[in-house]
Ligand binder design. Structure first.
Ligand code: GTP
Length: 420
């Protein structure tokens, strides 16, 4: 088929002067700032891997109060508990409602077989809550409590992923944006980190686990593309967390961890990948994470759930409208309607004819009955008269009673005939 440029898509026209829609991004910006942002981040990893410290470091706030270290023999919870903390934070007039979902207890038991389950349940229940809001009649303001990112803390063993890591990621990767990080990476040397990262990536690829990758778009500027590629190269991020400020040997005050041999700076890209993680999570890809949660992860969950409930897509919605077919369909409908009306009229007519026939038959029978009655009466009268005549001719007079009886009968009949 010959392709027509105008029909295939809108033709690109040159403007003759300033119209103003170049200001659209600013409108969106102002609107977003006015509304504020929400972001829900989950942290999963064994106790003591530095989850709370990293969240405090990421958002530069004491979201988590300094925790008391439990005494050695203190009773530990027996299941994975889910706790969420929310805080409204503000930077340069932009408000962010940050919710951190913590999963204390994960991987802390002797048997960790089902450690992933309460976490999957929590993520799904958040999807359900959103789905329920979408199905309401009034859905003016949808509250989005879905988990937009899950930072998974890998123990800095230097070996490879453990079965619990693989099981968790396998169970979760299609429900949440997984961001694996190597916790407390300051406990490994640079070489150890490099080879550990490679083994982790091999395991992830081997088990076909999908982790979140910052998307690289061709139509973005070279600098952004290079930055995104750099972020991708750092996955899994080797992080160091610290909400303490310390003095360096050269007199700077930095967030970091002090060691006898020097200081590990959290915000120094030469020391760890914390900056890259923060860049992806907060500075460049927070919206991508939310979009992917909505468009891919939630959408998959939603459609699977609806299909399981027996809801199917109405295929006729997609049927192309053909005018000739539509006319033929309308005509057939009209003809069927006419035929139905004709049948109904025929039925009514037949019913009326039958009723009339029944009435005529009834009056005919009545007439016959009356005719028979009259004929019988006349016959009886004739016979009586003949009897009377015979008697008169034979000269035998009637007795007075007979005369009276005969007179009465004669007058009664006469009267009866007259009435009829
Ligand atoms: P739970 O709350 O028990 O789940 O622990 P958590 O994972 O939240 O760990 P938390 O942030 O409380 O840190 C535990 C200890 O590790 C603290 O003493 C932190 O100072 C320390 N820590 C946190 N991050 C790092 C890090 O990157 N490197 C090192 N070496 N220590 C860290």
């Amino acid at each position: 088929m010959a392709s027509n440029g105008a029909a295939a898509g809108a033709a690109r026209k040159k403007l003759n002067g300033y119209v103003g829609f170049a200001n659209l991004p600013n409108q969106v910006h102002r609107k977003s700032v006015r509304k504020g942002f929400t972001f829900t981040c989950m942290v999963v990893g064994e106790s003591g891997l530095g989850k709370s410290t990293l969240i405090n470091t990421l958002f530069n706030t004491r979201l988590y109060a300094r925790k008391e270290v439990p005494p050695p023999h203190a009773e530990r919870p027996k299941t994975v508990a889910i706790e969420s903390i929310s805080a409204d934070i503000e930077e340069n007039g932009v408000r962010l409602k940050l919710t951190v979902v913590d999963t204390p207890g994960f991987g802390d038991f002797i048997n960790n077989d089902d450690s992933w389950k309460p976490i999957v349940d929590n993520i799904e229940s958040r999807f359900d809550a959103y789905l329920e809001q979408e199905n309401r009649v009034n859905r003016a303001k949808l509250l989005d409590n879905r988990v937009h990112a899950c930072i998974y803390f890998i123990q800095p063993t230097g070996h490879s992923l453990r079965p619990i890591d693989i099981e968790f990621m396998r169970r979760l990767h299609q429900k949440v944006n997984l961001i694996p990080v190597i916790a407390k990476s300051d406990t490994l040397t640079d070489d150890e980190i490099l080879s550990f990262k490679q083994r982790v990536l091999n395991d992830i690829a081997h088990h076909r686990i999908e982790i979140f990758h910052a998307p690289v778009y061709d139509n973005e500027d070279e600098e952004t593309i290079a930055e995104n590629e750099e972020i991708i190269r750092k996955i899994p991020f080797a992080v160091v967390g610290s909400d303490q400020e310390i003095d360096t040997a050269d007199g700077r005050r930095v967030r970091g961890r002090a060691y006898p041999w020097g200081v590990i700076e959290v915000d120094n890209e030469a020391h760890c990948d914390f900056v890259k993680l923060r860049q992806m999570l907060i500075r460049s890809h927070m919206e991508e994470l939310k979009e992917h949660t909505h468009d891919a992860l939630y959408e998959k969950y939603r459609s699977e759930k609806l299909v399981a409930m027996g809801v199917t897509q109405d295929q006729s919605v997609f049927k192309e409208v053909n005018p000739a077919a539509k006319m033929a369909e309308d005509r057939a409908l009209h003809e069927a309607k006419l035929a139905k009306m004709e049948n109904e009229m025929k039925l009514v007519f037949q019913q009326k004819v039958a009723e009339k026939e029944a009435k005529l038959k009834q009056s005919e029978e009545e007439l016959y009955a009356r005719h028979r009655e009259m004929r019988d009466a006349l016959e009886k009268q004739r016979m009586e008269l003949e009897d009377k005549k015979r008697r008169l001719e034979s000269g035998r007079p009637l007795t007075p009673e007979k005369q009276n009886q005969s007179y009465q009968q004669a007058t009664k009949k006469k009267g009866g005939f007259l009435r009829n």
